[in-house]
Design a binder for this molecule. Structure first.
Ligand code: ZN
Length: 220
C-alpha cells in the first residue's frame, strides 16, 4: 500500500516537472517585454497570503539580517499566478506562507560573500532566479496559521529537501503533494533540490534587477 502510494507520488513529480517546462515554452511567446520590470507588492495582490521573511531577520541560515524591510515583491504575472494558487487552496482550509520572493542583486552578492558555494547560493555573476522577481519560496499553513509538516524546515540543504526524496514522513509527503499540485496547476515550476522553491514560467525572459524593495515601499 505504502509502496503504491510512493509510486504514484513519484509519477506525479515527474509529470509536474515536464508540465512546468512545457508551460514555460507555451507562455513565453505571449510575454510582453514592456512589462518585465513590473514588480508588485504581493500582500496588496493577495491579502490572504501570510509572510515570514526570514532574510529580514536573523532567523535564516546565514544568521544575519539581509533585507532592510520585510516586504515581498514579485513580477505582476508571478503574483497573479500565486493569487490563483491561493484561491485553489481556500476550499481546503489552507493558505500560503511566503518566505521570499524578489531579491535584489545586491542582496545576492551579500549572500554569496557569506556562503560562496553554488550548492547553497546562486552565484551573483549569473544571478539568482529570485533576482528576476519570478521565484517564490513558500509553504502551507492551516486556518490557525500553523505551518503544515513538510519534508524539512526552510533552507535545509540536505537531500531530504529534494522533491523526489522518499526519506520523509507520510504526512509531510501528503502536504508537499498538495503544495506541488496547487502550484503546478497554475504553471509554477518546482526546483528539484528545494521543496519550497518555485519559478514562474518565462522567468528567463525577465531581467536581473537591483531595485531596493524598501524604496519601492517608501520605507526610509
Ligand atoms: Zn528560492
Amino acid at each position: 500500500m505504502i509502496r503504491s502510494h510512493l509510486f504514484f507520488y513519484c509519477i506525479f513529480l515527474s509529470i509536474s516537472l515536464l508540465n512546468g517546462c512545457s508551460s514555460t515554452s507555451n507562455r513565453m511567446s505571449s510575454s510582453n517585454p514592456s512589462n518585465i520590470h513590473d514588480l508588485v507588492l504581493l500582500r496588496e495582490v493577495d491579502p490572504a497570503i501570510a509572510f515570514d521573511v526570514r532574510y529580514a531577520t536573523t532567523n535564516n541560515f546565514t544568521g544575519r539580517v539581509l533585507y532592510d524591510c520585510g516586504e515581498v515583491y514579485l513580477s505582476r504575472r508571478a503574483a497573479e499566478r500565486l493569487k490563483r494558487v491561493s484561491e485553489r487552496l481556500r476550499p481546503l482550509g489552507l493558505r500560503l506562507k511566503v518566505y521570499d520572493g524578489y531579491r535584489p542583486l545586491s542582496v545576492q552578492k551579500k549572500l554569496w560573500a557569506i556562503v560562496p558555494d553554488e550548492n547553497y547560493v546562486a552565484n551573483p555573476a549569473k544571478g539568482s532566479r529570485h533576482n528576476r522577481g519570478c521565484s517564490v519560496d513558500l509553504t502551507l499553513i492551516d486556518e490557525r496559521g500553523e505551518e503544515l509538516e513538510m519534508p524539512t524546515p526552510y533552507d535545509d540543504f540536505s537531500e531530504r529537501a529534494h522533491i523526489d526524496s522518499l526519506d520523509v514522513s507520510r504526512e509531510a509527503m501528503a502536504n508537499h503533494f498538495i503544495l506541488m499540485k496547487a502550484m503546478t496547476a497554475e504553471g509554477y515550476i518546482p526546483l528539484r533540490t528545494e521543496w519550497w522553491h518555485f519559478d514562474a514560467p518565462g522567468w528567463e525572459q525577465h531581467p536581473i534587477l537591483d531595485v531596493d524593495p524598501c524604496e519601492l515601499s517608501g520605507v526610509e
